[in-house]
Write a protein that binds this ligand. Structure first.
Ligand SMILES: Nc1ncnc2c1ncn2[C@@H]1O[C@H](COP(=O)(O)OP(=O)(O)O)[C@@H](O)[C@H]1O
Ligand SMILES: [Mg+2]
Length: 268
């Protein structure tokens, strides 16, 4: 990309999986934070409206939130009004913030209020508003990257936001249910003509041959595998209470996150 000085373009990256609990929110938050330590301005939108969670990784207390993505979707405010800067919550093992300007992370959280979640599930929302919101957010906050943390499975809203993404990171575990579901999701993503498709294998047992697993999945799906991330006791211990890539940059999980960032940074 040549014209950084004149006009910034925001790369929109969706992380998705056919099934839940694959690690979408953790992988998204770790990628976003690591990019911020590299001086990037990053947005994260929690479109998992039915079961939001990525705010936890950034240590955001839901009851401190004044406006959420829900308010924007209901026409109550501008999208940028819902963004919370979480840069200072990205801390190392000593509790010290690690992101320096121009690096920054902004979170657009989804409401955790039962009534508001119920309303969105019942009424749905206009995906055009959401997609316009992504573009507006990128411009208003001069973002280099905008990550969209999605709800698992294939519902209409998720598919339509995947359709406007520059890259789709599809996460799967080494599990037969994930394998089947991922085949279906990939077929849909191909029809939506997402420019960059990447598979991420998460929760791989350390005893597996990661290279062999990666090659097998690449050839089965005819889609590149960006990283194979280990099933990690350290992640379980953290329990979404921190960002492993920041706390332990040399951890095998963190090294995998860096491989994904290389893909994003070197695709053109
Ligand atoms: N590589 C990993 N090793 C061990 N636990 C993981 C790993 N990745 C994610 N987890 C755990 O799995 C659970 C689901 O992760 P999360 O990021 O919330 O997934 P999703 O957003 O796809 O539902 C969390 O408890 C998280 O700590
Ligand atoms: Mg999640």
């Amino acid at each position: 990309m040549g014209n950084e000085d004149s006009r910034r373009t925001t790369k929109i990256v969706s992380t998705h999986s056919y099934r839940g609990g694959t690690g979408k929110s953790n992988i998204t938050a770790n990628m976003a934070s690591t990019l911020a330590t590299m001086g990037k301005r990053v947005g994260v939108v929690d479109t998992d409206i039915q079961s939001p969670g990525v705010h936890v990784l950034f240590k955001v207390e839901p009851n401190t939130l004044k406006l959420t993505l829900n308010d924007f979707l209901w026409g109550r405010c501008e999208v940028a009004d819902t963004a919370v800067e979480v840069t200072s919550g990205i801390v190392d093992a000593q509790g010290q913030p690690v992101v320096e300007p121009p690096g920054a992370v902004f979170l657009v959280p989804s409401s955790t209020k039962a009534g508001e979640i119920a309303r969105i599930i019942k009424e749905g929302y206009d995906v055009n508003i959401l997609n316009e919101g992504f573009n507006k957010l990128g411009e208003d906050l001069s973002l280099d990257y905008l990550f969209i943390d999605t709800h698992p499975g294939m519902n209409e809203e998720t598919l339509l936001s995947i359709a406007i993404s520059d890259a789709l990171f599809l996460i799967l575990r080494p599990d037969l249910q994930d394998y089947q579901g991922t085949a279906v999701t990939l077929e849909v993503a191909r029809r939506l003509e997402v420019p960059q498709l990447l598979l991420i294998v998460n929760k791989a047992l350390s005893s597996f041959d990661f290279l062999e697993l990666s090659q097998r999945i690449t050839s089965t799906y005819q889609t590149p595998v960006g990283a194979v991330l280990p099933l990690s006791e350290d992640m379980v211990r953290l329990g979404s209470g921190g960002l492993l890539s920041i706390l332990e940059p040399d951890h095998p999980f963190s090294r995998g996150i860096n491989e994904l960032i290389d893909f994003l940074e070197n695709d053109d």
